[in-house]
Each structure stands twice: as structure tokens, then as C-alpha cells.
Design a protein around this ligand. Structure first.
Ligand SMILES: Nc1ncnc2c1ncn2[C@@H]1O[C@H](COP(=O)(O)OP(=O)(O)OP(=O)(O)O)[C@@H](O)[C@H]1O
Ligand SMILES: [Mg+2]
Length: 275
């Protein structure tokens, strides 16, 4: 008698970092998952950045639990904007974590204090935590399921997270598929924990039309771009929301400035017309 053929083992194309069951991962991996019936709601809870002028561009704030790419050239104001988002959240009782692959925590504290954000006081209260990761350790971090970040999110009950920057991942994860997988799993885990996340992305050119969009921008729920526009010999800073799922966005490039309290956006003004 011919022995019954063993059913072929499902081979997962990748290891699931987080707590999804193997069955879900297997079906998801071959693209046949039927989405479970879910609740639909027109109400979409917002997570205000409270950055002066900005929330008017996005119906009052980022969508709670969303992952938003904040892209900009060097010195365009990415870290300041992201720090204000964390700080303003912490001031209303929403703990936040700033993960930096780029800067020393003390530099970030100094930058925040210069704009009137008393970061050390909020750190002491457990409302803000800065995690500094050596870029060369990113692969370990990914392999360990983001151990250090995950632990800190749980420890302080973070509701807001900043990753500064995705470019560090891009250097380590050259393959588009791998990067998509890693970012997707990480964003999904943060969403499950109820965290609203800003993913900082460094771009080389100041005008979005001149560049290719990155995989992360297609995957993210939202994309905000910071520009440094040049007219003759004068530069002006500007901000645009390119995409924000579930949100009617103001489709306009708005000027912004660094003021004593950090970034201030002017939605009613035009670039190069402000005094
Ligand atoms: N008080 C201020 N007034 C005007 N501009 C300021 C002030 N303080 C800092 N800046 C500008 O802010 C920029 C740095 O801001 P920030 O660190 O947020 O930018 P970034 O995009 O994160 O930079 P990087 O590419 O280095 O990460 C610099 O270009 C600096 O000139
Ligand atoms: Mg920065």
C-alpha cells in the first residue's frame, strides 16, 4: 500500500516578530486572508500635535494609532517638529518615546530646552523617554523584536512614539521587501498598543516632485514634508501634508517658522509673502 502523502508543510517566508499566531502569519503570507468583520465608525479619534497652526491642516490632529512619515532635508526642522509632538502630548498626560539613531539624548534635551520645552522635568515624571540606539545595532534590534523599544513602550504606557530616523533602517535593510516587512510589522504592533507614531525620513532634495517616493511613504498612514524653498537668494521654510488617511487635508504648501516655542505653521499665509 502506498503510504498517505504527508501534507506539505507551510513555509513562512519570514519570521513573525510579534504575537500574531502562526496560522494568521501563514495565510497572510500567501495573501489569502479574509479580513475579519470589523466595526466601522465615522468618528475618527484625533491625536492633536498642538503645534501652532499645524492641526488645521489635518482636521484637528493625526489619526490616533496611525504611523506618519515626516520627511525633510537636512536641518529642515524634523526633530524639532517631532519633539513638539511628543512634548505637547506628554503635557496632556500622554507619555511618549523618542528613539534616536542619530543624536545624543543630551543634544535633543538641549534643543528642546532652547524652545522652552522642559524635557528633563517630563523625563523625571516618566512622561517622556529618550532611547538612543547605535545605528550598527539596528539589525539586532529588529531580530530581537525591538526589545528595548517594546519594553519602554510598555513601561511608560507610551501613546506617542518618534523614530529618528527611518534612514538608519534603510542603510541596514537594503532590500525593499525586507524593509516593507519590518516597517509593516513594527507599525502594526505600535497601532495595537494604541501608539501614534512619527517616522522621520531624511530626503536629499527639497522639492517632493523631484524625488522618488520611498516604500515607507506608500505604507504609512500619512506623509508630511518639510521644505526649504529657495527664491533668488532667500530661503523660506514650508510644510505640506501629502497624505493622511481618513482625513480631509488642506492641500497647500504653508510657510512655517522657528519661533521661541519651536515650529509655528501659518496656514493662511503664502510662502514668500510674509513680512
Ligand atoms: N531659534 C531658531 N530660529 C531659527 N532657526 C532655528 C532656531 N533654532 C534652530 N534653528 C534651525 O533648526 C534647524 C535644525 O532643526 P532640527 O534639528 O529640528 O532639524 P532636522 O531636520 O532634524 O535636522 P537634521 O537633518 O540635522 O536631523 C537648523 O537648520 C537650525 O538653523
Ligand atoms: Mg534631526
Amino acid at each position: 500500500m502506498v503510504p498517505a502523502k504527508k501534507p506539505a508543510k507551510t513555509v513562512l517566508p519570514f519570521k513573525e516578530e510579534f504575537d500574531l499566531s502562526a496560522a494568521q502569519a501563514a495565510t497572510a503570507s500567501i495573501g489569502t486572508t479574509r479580513a475579519p468583520a470589523g466595526k466601522c465608525s465615522i468618528e475618527c479619534p484625533r491625536c492633536p500635535t498642538s503645534i501652532p497652526g499645524f492641526d488645521r491642516l489635518v482636521e484637528g490632529g493625526l489619526v490616533c494609532g496611525s504611523s506618519v512619515v515626516l520627511a525633510g532635508g537636512c536641518g529642515s526642522g524634523k526633530s524639532t517638529f517631532a519633539m513638539q509632538f511628543l512634548y505637547n502630548g506628554a503635557m496632556t498626560g500622554e507619555p511618549g518615546i523618542y528613539v534616536t539613531f542619530e543624536q545624543e539624548p543630551q543634544d535633543l534635551r538641549d534643543m528642546a530646552v532652547r524652545f522652552g520645552m522642559d524635557l528633563p522635568a517630563l523625563e523625571a515624571k516618566g512622561l517622556i523617554s529618550i532611547i538612543s540606539v547605535d545605528p550598527s545595532k539596528i539589525m539586532n534590534l529588529v531580530k530581537e523584536g525591538y526589545g528595548q523599544i517594546v519594553e519602554e513602550v510598555r513601561k511608560i504606557g507610551a501613546k506617542r512614539v518618534v523614530i529618528d530616523s527611518l534612514s538608519a533602517f534603510e542603510v541596514m535593510l537594503k532590500d525593499d521587501f525586507e524593509r516593507r516587512r519590518v516597517l509593516f510589522n513594527f507599525s502594526r504592533w505600535l497601532k495595537k498598543k494604541g501608539c501614534t507614531t512619527i517616522l522621520i525620513s531624511e530626503i536629499g532634495k527639497s522639492i517632493a516632485n523631484e524625488r522618488q517616493f520611498d516604500v515607507s511613504e506608500f505604507m504609512a498612514d500619512g506623509v508630511i514634508v518639510l521644505y526649504d524653498v529657495l527664491q533668488q537668494s532667500v530661503r523660506e521654510r514650508a510644510i505640506e501634508v501629502l497624505k493622511m488617511r481618513q482625513t480631509k487635508i488642506l492641500r497647500k504648501i504653508c510657510p512655517f517658522r522657528f519661533e521661541s516655542n519651536g515650529v509655528v505653521v501659518y496656514p493662511d499665509e503664502e510662502i514668500f509673502t510674509m513680512g
